[in-house]
Design a binder for this molecule. Structure first.
Ligand code: PMV
Length: 315
């Protein structure tokens, strides 16, 4: 007889895209880091009857979740199909410190934590490939046309150079540098931003494809800067990338203001991170003192929340 534990927890961390958001959807390289300062945990417990959910956004039956949680529903159904269990007798409680829709990979993280929790609950094992498959399916519902970078980064602990459908390359930063992450407090609009970029590419292919190529080149050059520890070059590439992302119309006033404030405070470079149109920006500092100064400046400029992340180290 199969013995099930009373409750199990699955978790996942957030992610920060250092370079290459949006252009990564078009096959260009991107660089991302796991962001362990924020995370999601999902606790599965046995219950009687239909599957129920308890989260900040919704409490109740899985069958009746609002459409914004269709990705969660699909994740639960696909995982239960994989472990060959019926859609019943479960309660899932979701706790998150990843601000939703801020470019930190919350949708990929919630899917990852859910799969891990359910798989643990039924004492099953699944491969990394199966996990990525389910998370990417959920990301399609949340984002329309995901590159897979979010799914990859929240399910792994590596600093990664990522190209869609290519083997990943693990990076190590030579030396020290600090990334300051600031949340505008506005929800980003990844789904809309990704589809608007697609429309721009459709309407002005030559101009927009050139912008996308330049973003890809900057990601490639950033990889070299990371490997050699050239923090000044990395900063310059980040700021240039922000300029190109603006051309793709994925920045907004709140992001531009925080980018400007960070540069005024001495950042080596600054840009939006993730889908844009709100959400978070990042800035680069050479040492902790400088990072602290930039973080204070960003708080003064009313960033909702600010984190300091040591590149290559722990936050
Ligand atoms: O906003 P986020 O955290 O979901 O990041 C999206 C990154 C994009 O490049 C804009 C889309 C993608 O799937 O790569």
């Amino acid at each position: 007889m199969e013995i099930l534990t009373n409750s199990t927890v699955g978790s996942a961390h957030g992610k920060i895209i250092l370079m290459g958001e949006h252009s990564v959807v078009y096959g260009e390289p991107a660089i991302a880091v796991p962001f362990e300062a924020v995370g999601i945990s999902v606790e599965t417990t046995a219950s009687k009857g239909e599957i129920t959910i308890d989260s900040n956004y919704y409490q109740g039956s899985l069958d009746l979740v609002p459409s914004q949680l269709d990705n969660l529903k699909a994740t639960i159904h696909r995982t239960l199909d994989l472990v060959e269990k019926p859609y019943q007798d479960l309660h899932l409680a979701i706790q998150s410190t990843i601000p939703a829709e801020r470019g930190m990979g919350s949708s990929a993280a919630v899917a990852t934590a859910t799969v891990r929790s359910l798989v643990n609950f039924f004492n099953k094992e699944i491969s990394q490939e199966e996990l990525l498959d389910i998370v990417n399916e959920a990301e399609k519902i949340a984002h329309g046309n995901p590159s897979g970078i979010d799914a990859w980064t929240v399910t792994n602990n590596d600093f990664v150079y990522y190209v869609k459908e290519a083997p990943f390359e693990k990076l190590t930063f030579k030396g020290t540098a600090f990334i300051i992450v600031a949340d505008t407090g506005q929800t980003g609009q990844t789904l809309k931003a990704v589809s608007d970029v697609a429309s721009l590419v459709d309407h002005s292919p030559e101009i927009m494809e050139a912008v996308i190529k330049k973003l890809g080149k900057l990601a490639h050059k950033s990889k070299k800067a990371i490997k050699t520890g050239d923090v000044h070059a990395l900063g310059r590439f980040m700021s240039r990338a922000h300029g190109h992302l603006k051309k793709l119309t994925v920045s907004n006033d709140a992001l531009d203001l925080l980018v400007e404030k960070a540069l005024d405070a001495g950042a080596l470079g600054a840009k939006l991170t993730g889908g844009g149109r709100g959400g978070c920006m990042i800035a680069l500092a050479e040492d902790y003192l400088q990072a602290h100064r930039i973080a204070s400046q960003l708080k003064e400029a009313r960033a909702d929340k600010v984190w300091i992340y040591e590149l290559g180290g722990k936050q």
